[in-house]
Ligand binder design. Structure first.
Ligand code: PLP
Length: 361
């Protein structure tokens, strides 16, 4: 079975490390000697306590989090965070600054608008179809937070350094580059990431939140929408997404024990990205869509000379066992998502295919 697996370049849900999938498979019928599958175990059992606590501890170690931070697991995907954050923090006339770098940032802004909250768009790259990350932004010093999308999954751009906000906490949607590199957590009040891009299956969103952010959150919203509910109950106010959290735990274990931490992960991701971008830059057949200084190491977006060739490219690649290379339906073109779990071998196979496709066409 495993030898029939393809090189998976899907944007999300996306590839997971093979050793993680194998461990899930081998312990699926009898988790940790319990005689039950992880999907059948009580979330109040010592077996599940061990899973969730280990996932939290590994997150803290990987990101060097100190005691100011809570690590939470929330359902509803990253999309619920677009609404939950303004509901918690934008009360009593407080305002947020947004940087609009594409589809997901726009959705985040829209939720604040639907909720009738105070906000402003401090910068946007919409003038050039979101192909770059804005620089030299001036932020409102009284904002409750500055919201950014650290990696733009659809447009193929990424913040390589985070903006200076003069002490206003950054809130980052890191869905598509969470755990791909080390972070200086001093800048961040909150990070959230839908798991299905880089750390697990869909159905769970990780939220890392600093305690002073919790202190400023309102209690006058439903329990399930309050960060404080999750923080007080170790994410188990109600039944959590157990299987998702378990898979995340195994991915974090792989990151720590097999990869060797986030510096190593970053170096590996840089090497993979370089291979692909070098090929694109040295070709007059492929054209990268994002500005050089803003390119994503996770989602490599590119065009071919014609849309017909793009269609053929995606088809022929699939025949060779290279899947998921079609660009997002809203932008067209091609996209190779090379998250943490995409191997160098997969990227090499893609580069070889791209070279021969360019020659033939
Ligand atoms: C995929 C994605 C989302 C949406 O995630 P859901 O979990 O499907 O809600 C939000 N932000 C970014 C950056 C994404 O890549």
């Amino acid at each position: 079975m495993a030898e029939k697996r393809i090189f998976n370049f899907n944007a999300g849900p996306a590839a997971l490390p093979l050793p993680v999938l194998e461990e899930i498979q081998s312990s699926f019928l009898n988790f940790n000697g319990s005689g039950m599958s992880i999907t059948e175990i009580s979330h109040r059992s010592p077996w599940f306590d061990q899973v969730i606590n280990d996932a939290v501890e590994r997150t803290k170690r990987l990101l060097n989090l100190d005691d100011r931070f809570h690590v939470l697991f929330v359902q509803g995907g990253a999309s619920l965070q677009f609404a939950m954050a303004p509901m918690n923090f934008l009360t009593d006339g407080r305002s947020a600054d947004f940087v609009n770098t594409g589809t997901w940032s726009t959705k985040a802004i829209n939720e604040a608008k639907i909720l009738n909250k105070e906000y402003s768009v401090a910068a946007s790259s919409e003038d050039r179809n979101f192909c770059y990350i804005p620089k030299d932004i001036s932020f409102n010093p009284d904002a409750a937070y500055v919201h950014i999308t650290s990696n733009n999954t659809i447009k193929g751009t990424q913040w390589h350094t985070f903006p200076d906000t003069n002490g206003v906490p950054i809130m980052a949607d890191m869905s598509s580059d969470f755990m791909s590199r080390p972070l200086d957590m001093d800048k961040f009040g909150m990070i959230y990431a839908g798991a299905q891009k880089n750390i697990g299956p869909s159905g769970v969103c990780m939220v890392i939140i600093r305690k002073d952010m919790l202190d400023m959150a309102t209690d006058e919203i439903p329990s399930m929408l309050r960060y404080s509910t999750y923080a007080a109950k170790n994410s188990m106010y109600n039944t959590p997404p157990c299987f998702g959290i378990y898979t995340i735990q195994l991915v974090l274990k792989w990151l720590e024990e097999t990869v060797g931490g986030l510096e190593k992960m970053e170096a590996h991701n840089q090497a993979k990205g370089k291979l692909l971008y070098d090929l694109i830059d040295n070709s007059d057949f492929y054209r990268a869509t994002a500005d050089k200084d803003s390119r994503s190491l996770m989602n490599v977006t590119f065009r071919l000379p014609t849309e017909e060739l793009e269609k053929l490219f995606v088809e022929k690649a699939a025949e060779k066992g290279l899947g998921g290379l079609k660009g997002h339906r809203s932008v067209g073109g091609c996209r190779a998502s090379i998250y943490n779990a995409a191997t160098m071998e997969a990227v090499q196979a893609l580069v070889e295919f791209m070279e021969s496709f360019a020659k033939e066409n």
